[in-house]
Design a protein around this ligand. Structure first.
Ligand code: TR5
Length: 144
């Protein structure tokens, strides 16, 4: 089944969605992604948190009042969670801790959700590992 997504609200975002779809079509090719340009600040993003290893910025197509993506600055083979190996343990822990810092900064520590879509069946569209931090509204279960 194709991945169904809510449409973006702006023209620029629509173009970005087309780019994301193209990226999705190649699945996990290991090719550079749009997130490299965000990390390099070639493309502007709304940064919520940053340290040496981790960058957190607002999702361009938010699915909740708070929707922040937390990514490793160095992908290092982590195109998707399915590619995780023992050597990635430290950065995986740092990403999860950064998600908590983001939730704290955004004032949603009372309730938030952290999601990782891994692979086409989970509708992953950008092959650079990322945690979605979602909150600011009642989150429902099960997710779609
Ligand atoms: O679908 P998965 O789990 O792979 O999540 C990828 C996320 O990246 C989606 O929620 C997209 O909305 C988000 N995304 C895609 C682009 C983008 C972005 N968030 C911030 N800024 C973005 N730019 C500039 N370009 C994108 N293509």
């Amino acid at each position: 089944l194709p991945c169904r997504r809510l449409p973006f609200s702006t023209r620029a975002a629509h173009d970005e969605q087309a780019a994301a779809k193209a990226a999705a079509a190649t699945a996990d090719s290991g090719a550079p992604t749009i997130f490299d340009k965000i990390i390099n600040k070639e493309i502007p993003s709304s940064i919520v948190y940053e340290d040496e290893k981790v960058l957190a910025f607002r999702d361009i197509n938010p699915q909740a009042p708070v929707h922040v993506l937390v990514i490793p600055k160095l992908r290092n083979g982590l195109t998707e969670l399915a590619k995780a190996e023992g050597r990635h343990g430290e950065i995986l822990g740092q990403l999860l801790y950064a998600a908590k810092i983001v939730a704290e900064k955004e004032g949603i520590l009372d309730g938030f959700r952290v999601v990782i879509n891994s692979g086409p069946t989970a509708c992953q569209s950008v092959y650079h590992l990322h945690l979605h931090v979602l909150g600011g509204r009642q989150m429902n279960w099960p997710p779609g």
